[in-house]
Design a binder for this molecule. Structure first.
Ligand SMILES: Cc1cc2nc3c(=O)[nH]c(=O)nc-3n(C[C@H](O)[C@H](O)[C@H](O)COP(=O)(O)OP(=O)(O)OC[C@H]3O[C@@H](n4cnc5c(N)ncnc54)[C@H](O)[C@@H]3O)c2cc1C
Length: 381
């Protein structure tokens, strides 16, 4: 299928993409159906990604990364979406968790965690959401109360990506429970600390190979040196800093997955016959697919422009929010139409369109719901 040529990537990026694509075809696609049954991606796959240099690639070389730009991260996300393998929580680990440690961690924290994360030896998670609060982050109730040289942590988190595998959790806590945003602090908590337990690996509509979990904290004593940043109460502002990039990540995978789904559907409709002709020949099919292709192309141009800005560190929060909501909505509508064109086969789990349809639904919910995105955009009117 032809698309407008993309101008954001160099020849080096293209070589990297070819390598990533081969890796997905060889190491991920053949195992993904089993991992969906297991509800988790095994640590051995994380290690392979680490060995290949696909984890934390944008981190500086002194901390185990390759010091490359965020277009390399975008390529990893696009290839994962194209391969239709939603299990590995690598972008969250590499492009959300690791940057917090790089941006706010002490030298000691960076040396301890980042090289191990780049190798796939330490798996990262970030825990904001609680059973009682998601969108309204200021309402978190997990507390970290200072007691001498330690914080004592109590609370509960849910829906945490990489929750079962996690060795290191960036935990959103209230160090001052009387305050709202100003009382929030980010604290590094390691798996195995007494009082930290992992709860259920949650059963979900889609993304079956992702270990989305509950986490529990009961009188967990953490040294005060595990605070991320130099003083308490900075957590909310720290969480805001990279939001535009974090939200663009959803848009990047949404468009790549929609493109892939369109290709599967073109192929399927050319093969499948009804009333003596390929269903691709019905005007309804051709017009539907033409419409979807046009919408994907327009979205791709917007996301590529956002990518250019992200590399320069200039993407603003509202544009990141627009990309997140608009592209995840588009992904869902593309998959819905493509599924329809597969007829009954589109309802069968063995077909990629079915899995993609189930996996895509959450893109409108996590990383800030699409309603919250519109709230943010409306503030810039
Ligand atoms: C698969 C998966 C993975 C996830 N991974 C993580 C993770 O790794 N770490 C983490 O911390 N969280 C994670 N989450 C949680 C996710 O970020 C939250 O579910 C999301 O932010 C929404 O919060 P909520 O579920 O509490 O919904 P609520 O905030 O209760 O929202 C319910 C509905 O109300 C709407 N609403 C809320 N406030 C407003 C408003 N002001 N105006 C208009 N409408 C509003 C919402 O848009 C939504 O439609 C994950 C969730 C899922 C499903």
């Amino acid at each position: 299928m032809t698309w407008l040529p993309r101008t954001v990537f160099t020849a080096e990026h293209d070589l990297f993409r070819a390598e990533v694509r081969k890796f997905y075809e060889r190491e991920i696609v053949p195992h993904h159906a089993q991992w969906e049954k297991d509800g988790v991606v095994p640590r051995s796959a994380w290690k392979k990604a680490g060995d290949a240099g696909f984890l934390c690639a944008t981190m500086p070389e002194e901390y185990g990364g390759a010091g490359v730009d965020r277009l390399y991260s975008a390529i990893l996300m696009e290839e994962q979406a194209r391969a239709n393998t939603s299990g590995p929580g690598w972008s969250l680990h590499s492009d959300i968790v690791a940057p917090y440690i790089l941006n706010y961690g002490t030298e000691e924290q960076k040396k301890k965690y980042l090289p191990a994360m780049a190798k796939g030896d330490v798996i990262g998670a970030i825990a904001m959401t609680e059973p009682g609060t998601g969108s309204d982050l200021q309402g978190v109730r997990t507390t970290a109360i200072r007691d001498g040289d330690h914080y004592v942590i109590n609370g509960q988190k849910t829906f945490i990506t990489n929750g079962q595998n996690a060795d290191l959790v960036i935990l959103v806590t209230k160090t001052d429970p009387k305050q709202g945003a100003k009382g929030i602090s980010l604290i590094l908590v390691e798996a195995g600390m007494p009082g930290f337990t992992k709860g259920r690996n949650l059963e979900k509509l889609g993304m079956h190979a992702q270990d989305t979990s509950e986490l529990f904290f009961s009188d967990v004593r953490v040294p005060v040196s595990n605070l991320l940043g130099d003083k308490e109460g900075q957590g909310f502002y720290q969480l805001m800093k990279e939001l535009a990039w974090e939200r663009l990540q959803v848009a990047i995978s949404a468009i790549a997955n929609a493109e892939a789904a369109l290709q599967w559907t073109v192929d399927y409709t050319k093969e499948r016959k009804a009333f003596g002709q390929p269903i691709a020949d019905f005007q309804n099919t051709r017009f539907k697919l033409a419409d979807l292709k046009t919408q994907i192309q327009a979205a791709r141009a917007f996301v590529d422009r956002c990518l250019e800005l992200v590399v320069k560190g200039e993407l603003d929060a509202a544009s990141g929010a627009m990309a997140k909501y608009w592209c995840s909505d588009l992904q869902n509508s593309v998959l819905n139409e493509c599924l329809q064109l597969h007829g009954g086969y589109g309802f069968m789990w063995e077909y990629p369109i079915t899995r993609a349809y189930a996996d895509a639904r959450v893109q409108k919910i996590y990383a800030g719901t699409n309603e919250i995105m519109k709230e943010l955009i409306s503030r810039t009117l």
